[in-house]
Design a protein around this ligand. Structure first.
Ligand code: RB5
Length: 165
């Protein structure tokens, strides 16, 4: 399985540890950075990793920042991304079984590296259960599609108004 990895400066050390840990287990890693502890903006890395996942270049993604919150919020703006913030093993497992999360986010300022690696391990090996959970994911997709259709309609009306002005 190919994993897209990304982080901001706050999680650079954790990203390096996690990368080595996953490579030892045979996972192929595409590292989208950041590559040192200079201050950067987490939405950039959320976008790189989210795009790689949604385009099928990587099967899953792992995103890390100080809390795991900002980078997850940003990733979830990409239609089709289901990024789950997990700081415990139960949530990590459930995020795969129930939510088919395709990105795991964690906060380097929240949990210790050992736990982060255990969370990544269980998240990577757990399968989606489908069934009633798929119906709920379809409703999330419907929200994305409805918002996109409304936006497209607004833009079409804007263009029409400008053409008539
Ligand atoms: C960076 O200082 C910090 O804000 C970021 O890593 C993250 O925690 C944001 O959600």
């Amino acid at each position: 399985m190919k994993i897209a990895l990304g982080c901001d400066h706050a999680a650079y050390q954790l990203k390096e540890q996690l990368k080595a840990h996953l490579q030892e287990q045979g996972f192929e890693i595409e590292d989208f950075g950041t590559f040192d502890e200079s201050s950067v903006d987490y939405p950039d890395y959320a976008f790189f990793v989210g795009k790689a996942v949604i385009e099928g270049k990587c099967e899953r993604g792992i995103l890390l920042c100080g809390t795991g919150i900002g980078i997850g919020i940003a990733a979830n703006k990409i239609p089709g991304i289901r990024a789950a913030l997990c700081h415990d093993l139960f949530s990590a497992e459930a995020s795969r079984q129930h939510n088919n999360a395709n990105i795991l986010t964690m906060g380097a300022r929240v949990i210790q590296p050992d736990l982060a690696m255990q969370i990544a391990d269980i998240w990577l090996k757990t399968e989606f259960e489908g069934g009633r959970h798929q119906r709920r994911l379809d409703k999330i997709t419907n929200i994305e599609d409805t918002m996109a259709a409304e936006r497209a309609q607004e833009l079409a009306e804007l263009i029409k108004d400008r053409e008539q002005a």
